[in-house]
Design a protein around this ligand. Sequence first.
Ligand code: Q46
Ligand code: ZN
Length: 309
Amino acid sequence: MKCKPCGSPAVIEVRRHRAAFCRDCFLHHCREQVRRAISSHRMLGHSERVLVAVSGGKDSLALWDILLALGFQADGVYLGLGIGDYSDTSRSYAARYADSPAVAERGAKLHVIDIPTEHGFAIPDAARATKRVPCSACGLSKRHLLNRAALDGGYDVLATGHNLDDEAAVLFGNVMQWHVSYLARQRPVLPETAGFARRVKPLIRLGERETAAYCLLTGIDYIVEECPMAAGNRHLRYKETLNEIEDRSPGAKAAFYLQFLDQMLPVLDGVAEAERDLVGECSRCGAPSSAEICAFCKLVERATPPTDA
Ligand code: Q46
Ligand code: ZN
C-alpha cells in the first residue's frame, strides 16, 4: 500500500477517501480536514482565543494538538466529573499532554475545574439524586460549566472534540425520533448569544479511527478506557449500526452527516431562531434559562446535601 499524496509506504488506509497515507501525509490530512471544517463553517479566526474542552481522550487531545499546529491560540480546560478512577486517570492524561513541548512552546495552558471540589457533588451522585441517567446529568453539567469557563476566561470560542462518528450517531438518534428541535440545534457552530460563548466542533470531518491514529502517530498518550457510565448509552448502539453500514459502503457515514449540514440545516433555520427567543436568565447564577432557576442550579440543589444554617 502506497501513500496517495507522496507514494512512500503507507501506514494507514482511509477507505472513505479511497486513500492510504504515510505518517506525515496522514497528519497533514487530519490538520487539513480540521482547517477545512473551521473555514467552511467560519468557526474561529486566528486573532480569537479558543478554549478546548479536554477530557484526556483521543479526540479532545488530537483537537488541541491540531489547533496548536494550525497556529490557533488554544488553551485547554479539563472538567473533573468525580467518576472514581476513570476521572483520576483521564485527568493525568490531560495534564501530561499539557506539560508536553507542543503546548509549552506555544505558551498554552490547561485550566482544571473539579466538580466535586468546587461544586460539592460527583456525577454519579447527581444522577442518583435527580433520577437522571448519568450521561444526562453529566452533559448538563458539562454544558453549563464549560460555557462558564469560556466566558469567565474571556475566550471567544469553546471547542469540543465531537468527531464525525459522534455527530453521525447523534443525528441518527435525532432522525429516528424526529426530534426536530434537536436537529435544528445540531450545528457545528452555535453562535454566541447573551450568556453563551460560541461553541464549535472542528473535528466533524474526522472519524474516531483517524483521531486515534493521529494520537498514535504523534505520540500523544490518551485514556483508552471508555467512561464506565457509558454502558447502555443509546449512541453506542447507533455507532455500531452506522459502522456496519460504513463497512459495506465506505463514505456513507460522512455523506449522511455532511449532507445533513448542507441540505437540511438551512431548512431548519426558522426552528432554531424560535427556540433562541425563549431564553431568559437564571435568577441564581445568571445563566441563560427559560425557567426561573436553570437546570444546573436545580441539579446542584438536589445533588448536594443541605448545609446547617
Ligand atoms: S463522561 Fe459523562 Fe460521557 Fe461518562 S457520564 Fe456519560 S457523558 S459517558 S462523553
Ligand atoms: Zn443557574
